[in-house]
Design a protein around this ligand. Structure first.
Ligand SMILES: [Zn+2]
Length: 219
């Protein structure tokens, strides 16, 4: 029997990874999501020795060491992944070594052939626009992305509340995130590209079309 399929979604901030991850979870039903962001936040709330260090690093906005990131998602999968579940690496991978270790891990489980690294491709300019121009509802907190039909919304489509620019969308922080992609994550993209496994999806299309293209590519 073939192994359940697994995914890693890669792309610049603002490319819609979160939305597509949600759609994948709904479509496939039995995907095991592993989010290093969530694992780190959980860990930082514990009073273990490591938890305290992680809390400090997160508070200072510094980078978590690679071994810690890898150790966390690996442990999560070691302990909780079931045979019939595919894996969704949510927010992965940020560094080349992470992608390499994931390959070894997937190979160990006999799942490497059923693993799809997917690049949701948007230009740096598009990413910048989406990140600086997206809005949030003052009343219910719904995030309104700066894409397609949402650009024209005048009121929240959930509750009718007023839409305002996001406070945390500061230009410098955004440029740092986009630089990180161009410098570090680019190596991950090239790694999959060079082994002819990278699936490139045009992320500058409507959400449904992006998802459609993903499904077609993995079937
Ligand atoms: Zn609202």
């Amino acid at each position: 029997m073939s192994k359940p399929i697994s995914f890693a979604l890669i792309g610049r901030s603002g490319c819609g990874k979160g939305t597509q991850a949600e759609l994948l979870r709904k479509h496939f039903g039995n995907l095991f999501s592993v989010s290093t962001g969530n694992l780190l936040r959980d860990l930082s709330k514990t009073d273990s020795s490591v938890g305290k260090e992680i809390k400090k690093i997160l508070a200072n906005g510094e980078l978590i060491p690679d071994f810690m990131i890898i150790g966390l998602w690996m442990r999560e999968l070691c302990v909780n992944l079931k045979d019939d579940q595919g894996i969704l690496f949510d927010g992965a991978f940020r560094r080349l070594i992470e992608a390499e270790q994931a390959d070894q891990f997937l190979d160990f489980l006999g799942r490497k052939d059923a693993f799809f690294p997917i690049l949701i491709d948007i230009s740096r300019e598009e990413a910048f626009d989406r990140l600086t121009k997206r809005r949030i509802c003052k009343d219910c907190g719904k995030l309104i992305p700066f894409v397609g039909e949402f650009k024209k919304l005048e009121k929240c489509d959930n509750c009718g509340g007023e839409l305002v620019g996001r406070q945390d969308d500061k230009t410098e922080a955004i440029n740092n995130r986009l630089d990180f992609f161009d410098n570090e994550v680019k190596e991950v993209v090239d790694y999959y590209k060079n082994s002819n496994r990278l699936i490139v999806i045009n992320g500058e299309q409507p959400i449904e079309k992006v998802f459609d293209d993903i499904l077609k590519a993995v079937q």
